[in-house]
Design a protein around this ligand. Structure first.
Ligand code: AMP
Length: 249
């Protein structure tokens, strides 16, 4: 079974991003970019399936600017067999990515597609769900355990009250939660090996997909600054001030 993994190039999680002064977006010029952390977990899971003999090939896909090719090389250094870049300079919203991934799925015919539960830049948490809907496939989101059994999969999901285990038929879409696995470190020999793996580039037009944005961002603003804290001498004063000043108890 072939496994397709979607990997997004995002601002590295250690970078503190700033809002542009005109409020039209984030200023990401010159900042460090990395693979979305949930997508690293997705690649790791797919590679583990291959190592267990449950998957035959792991194909990583990224949609975006040419530099997403670097993200695909990282996926291949973790263990993906090859990469597919859908190259465009256009702003890609989740629905456009889901349509591109659907077109790739139709070409590649994987038995399983693994995505991150959300991208840490737009925090949309939509692409996997939209992809499953467009394909008419079962979906298991927020997976913290994935077990393949014959025709289907058992997926444990982190829900409010604890853990929920569901059974789904394959082919299916799974999105990863933080505790699914701990991705391996990428070693230098594997980075070198990844350079030799195949990376094909397509354009949205080759897939017949219109990626024009359907949503317009009206404004982005910084969260309000936190005021300075105060020290209180004892618990009684704390309780009294929480009651009378902060009015939270
Ligand atoms: P989102 O719905 O934007 O929060 O993203 C959820 C997941 O969809 C990510 O963790 C990726 O696996 C996948 N994804 C989103 N955007 C892209 C992209 N441009 N290229 C590849 N995968 C993407």
């Amino acid at each position: 079974m072939k496994v397709l993994v979607a990997v997004k190039r995002v601002v590295d999680y250690n970078v503190k991003v700033r809002v542009k002064s005109d409020g039209t977006g984030m200023d990401i010029a010159g900042v460090k970019m990395s693979m979305n952390p949930f997508d690293e977990i997705a690649v790791e899971e797919a590679v583990r399936l291959k190592e267990k003999g449950l998957a035959t090939e792991v194909v990583a896909v990224s949609c975006g600017v040419a530099a997403c090719g670097e993200t695909l090389r990282t996926a291949m250094a973790i263990g993906a067999d090859r990469g597919l870049l859908v190259e465009t300079d256009a702003e890609l919203q989740p629905l456009a990515v889901a349509k591109l991934l659907k077109a790739i799925v139709e070409r590649e015919q994987p038995g399983l597609v693994i995505l991150g539960k959300q991208a840490i830049d737009d925090d949309a948490n939509q692409t996997g769900q939209m992809l499953a809907a467009l394909l008419g496939w079962p979906q298991a989101t927020f997976a913290s355990k994935l077990e393949l059994d014959g025709e289907g999969a058992r997926v444990t999901r982190e829900v409010d009250g604890g853990l929920e285990t569901i059974g789904i038929n394959l082919p299916a879409v799974v999105t990863t939660d933080l505790r699914l696995n701990e991705p391996r470190y990428v070693t230098l020999p594997n980075i070198m090996k990844a350079k030799k793996k195949s990376l094909d580039t397509l354009k949205p037009g080759d897939l017949g997909v219109d990626v024009a944005p359907r949503l317009q961002t009206l404004k982005i603003s910084e969260p309000p600054r936190r005021g300075a804290g105060v020290k209180v001498p004892d618990v009684a004063t704390l309780v009294s001030r929480l009651k009378t000043e902060a009015k939270v108890i």
